[in-house]
Design a protein around this ligand. Structure first.
Ligand code: MN
Length: 471
């Protein structure tokens, strides 16, 4: 790496759901190769592991005409029949001969979607708020045949996310308007929101196949590197492979077999260990408490990412509270910060709290302890008192357990500015908790008995109705 190529791309944390917030913008999450472009008298396009990408994508040389003396952040993508084609991109990344590259350039041309600017005329812009960088970017880069400027929408993340998924794209990025560019950091100021959670894992071994897969492997043994640099087992994946992957991978594996065990894997079948070389993206539903991917499915091999960059922070032990933390400045507000390790509430029963919140609009925040956090709803008209009351309850981000004790004033200019009063507090028992209904029995000072929340999907993803059924 020459000193000129000194930046690492800023990384995003994973958020569970899209949200609507005037302090954030939302962009398409492109399925391509992340690349920083260094444009001056020369042009260099660097992958996140500093690999030169211009050799394989010569058409992106157009950047030299569309911008001058800048460092840009963006994603190289291939659009094929209106859809993003990551497989084609992988093919292009692998090509080595000039004739092959030339043919591919014509057949499957790439585009560079630019979404950020790190330097202009030799001056770093990292400390400027995102929206100021966006403004500079607009005037610094001309769109061309292969150079595109990323669109974004202001605030309305939920409706945008729905529209993006309808188009068959994989998700959205949420970016905080006033955030600085933090090179190489996985920052809470950038959040990725995807249909399925996914994680880039290192293939540390495999099991042999049986039945129809007798001639190839059965499952891949997956691991990630912890903060201490040690590999940890996160599960195995046995589904989602294309025939091509199944055909070619085993012979590749044979070349990198090892007797070194990176970790203890609770895999019943006999397994063969591999040196860390292959990285694959794996989709999953949830991470269990012992850090295993539940319902994993192979998505794709990634040759644009180094094994050492596949770290456990992708799974974010604190992930449920990312959005909570990202919205608040704990130097300014007395609200409790999101803890890395969720503390136990101390009691065997789950707690609930209702906070009267005198924000821009008065509402009541109804919070239920579950999975180490407070699941939260804002109820504008207050908790229902009779079976006739049907109250809109808008689900908001999970709050840390300590929030149940919070009362006080959130200062002006901060998220949710205004007075918070504890209106009621107590314990509760769960009767039902699934996608279609949450039913609880509350035992508080004011609230006692059965309460029900049902999703009101047609009115928006986070909208629920809160009811107090007759006992
Ligand atoms: Mn509130």
């Amino acid at each position: 790496m020459t000193p000129r190529h000194r930046y690492k791309p800023m990384l995003a944390k994973e958020a569970k759901a899209a949200f609507t917030d005037p302090d954030w913008i939302f962009e398409v999450k492109w399925d391509g190769f992340r690349a920083l472009a260094y444009v001056d008298s020369e042009l260099s396009l660097r992958s996140r592991n500093q690999k030169e990408l211009l050799d394989n994508f010569p058409e992106l040389g157009e950047l030299k005409r569309q911008a001058h003396d800048v460092v840009l952040d963006g994603e190289i993508i291939i659009l094929n029949g209106g859809k993003v084609d990551f497989q084609a991109l992988l093919e292009r990344g692998k090509a080595t001969s000039p004739t092959e590259i030339e043919q591919q350039t014509k057949r499957l041309p790439a585009a560079y979607v630019v979404f950020d600017i790190l330097e202009k005329d030799g001056k770093p812009l990292l400390d400027l708020p995102l929206m100021e960088r966006k403004k500079i970017l607009q005037s610094a880069v001309q769109e061309g045949k292969h150079v595109l400027l990323a669109d974004y929408v202001d605030g309305k993340g939920e409706s945008y996310y729905e529209a993006i998924l309808q188009k068959g794209l994989e998700g959205v990025m949420a970016k905080k308007k006033n955030s600085q560019y933090e090179p190489g950091l996985r920052s809470g100021s950038w959040l990725k929101i995807k249909k399925l959670l996914s994680c880039d894992c290192v293939v540390f071994g495999y099991t042999l196949g049986t039945g129809a897969r007798k001639s190839t492997f059965g499952a891949l043994v997956l691991g990630l590197y912890g903060a201490d640099g040690k590999a940890v087992f996160v599960g195995k994946v046995g589904t989602g492979f294309s025939d091509e992957t199944l055909d070619t991978m085993l012979s590749e594996f044979r070349k990198i077999e090892t007797v070194n065990e990176p970790f203890k894997a609770d895999v019943a079948e006999k397994l063969t260990w591999l040196k860390p070389k292959f990285v694959c993206e794996v989709a999953y539903q949830v991470v269990t408490k012992d850090m295993r991917l539940r319902m994993p499915r192979f998505v794709r091999l990634r040759n644009d990412k180094e094994p050492k960059d596949c770290t456990t922070d992708q799974l974010g032990g604190e992930a449920p509270l990312n959005e909570y933390a990202a919205k608040r400045h704990f130097a300014q507000t007395q609200e409790p910060p999101a803890q890395k390790e969720a503390p136990k509430s101390g009691s065997k029963e789950n707690i609930f709290v209702v906070q009267e919140h005198h924000a821009r609009r008065l509402h009541f925040d109804f919070r239920l302890e579950r999975d180490g956090v407070l699941k939260s709803w804002a109820v504008p008209k207050g908790i229902p008192e009779t079976p006739e009351d049907k109250r809109l309850a808008v689900q908001v981000e999970d709050h840390p357990l300590e929030y149940a004790n919070f009362a006080g004033k959130i200062p002006q200019g901060q998220y949710g500015a205004g007075q918070v009063i504890i209106w009621d507090k107590g314990t509760y028992v769960t009767k039902v908790w699934d996608d279609k209904m949450v039913e609880v029995i509350l035992d508080g000072e004011k609230l006692k008995g059965r309460y029900v929340l049902v999703p009101l999907r047609k009115a928006g993803k986070n909208n629920w109705l809160m009811l107090k059924p007759s006992q």
